[in-house]
Design a protein around this ligand. Structure first.
Ligand code: SF4
Length: 245
């Protein structure tokens, strides 16, 4: 296949179609969480840290409390490590308490705002490539490509390639995700992908029959073919016989 924006996994017309359908799906289906409309950089970074491997619905009440009690990093620094631990303990992630407190200290030392270069962000303990990309693209207006295990699963299904739970260093995956992420509408696109992989292309029992991407997806097409085959068998369908010559 010739060189494409995604390195050959899907062609450029398909890239545009998939992107457009995801954006359109997002306009109708995006979920509403308090950090999505928040503009305070400290609070949005806290949200992305709390969201690591934790369900958004669980994080929402804790985020509201952080916003109420510690609207600036300095507030949490003053409150002390135990206050940070109390917040993360409510999510059952005790080990993240010290990380949250160190994050408050780092942001406070940086003048109250987190650094905005990916390298500086990733140098903060507890902030990996995914969290840095999510924060920059969703909250700071910087194009960044989000690739987590959900995106890895979705793109493996789309292409028929093997699923890598840990997507770091998987070049085809990074290349494909990069090619799909728009230059301008990256925030809307990334939000749509986040929700789409939680609501439609779920880990178990993906909703292929209602998926807007099913015609461009290897797994979706295989499932539709299988369903059609079984439906034909159930209905004693004559279609195959009438076209067999
Ligand atoms: S068709 Fe199914 S497997 Fe493919 S992207 Fe949609 S939900 Fe996921």
């Amino acid at each position: 296949m010739s060189e494409t924006a995604t390195g050959g996994d899907i062609d450029d017309a398909t890239v545009r179609r998939v992107r457009g359908r995801l954006l359109s799906w997002g306009r109708a289906n995006l979920r509403d969480f308090p950090w999505r409309s928040e503009t305070n950089p400290w609070l949005t970074l806290v949200a992305e840290v709390l969201l690591q491997r934790t369900r958004a619905a669980q994080v929402a009440p804790v985020f509201r409390e952080v916003r109420e009690r510690y609207p600036a990093a300095a507030d949490l620094v003053r409150a002390g490590p135990d206050a940070a631990a109390a917040m993360t303990a409510r999510l059952g992630i005790h080990w993240r308490g010290p990380l949250l407190y160190r994050l408050a200290e780092t942001v406070h030392a940086n003048g109250g705002v987190p650094p905005e270069s990916p390298e500086e962000l990733r140098a903060i303990t507890g902030i990996g490539p995914y969290t840095a990309a999510a924060w920059l693209s969703l909250h700071r207006g910087r194009r960044a490509v989000i690739v987590d295990s959900n995106v890895a699963r979705w793109l493996a299904r789309m292409t028929g390639r093997p699923y890598h739970r840990d997507p770091r260093g998987v070049r085809w995956l990074q290349h494909l995700a990069d090619g799909l992420t728009p230059v301008r509408a990256f925030r809307d696109y990334n939000l749509a992908v986040l929700d789409f992989t939680m609501e439609i292309c779920t880990p178990r029992a993906p909703s292929c029959p209602v998926c807007p991407l099913r015609r461009d997806c290897v797994c979706g097409r295989a499932r539709m073919d299988a369903d059609t085959h079984h439906a034909r068998q159930r209905n004693n369908c004559q279609c195959d016989r009438s076209t067999a010559g």
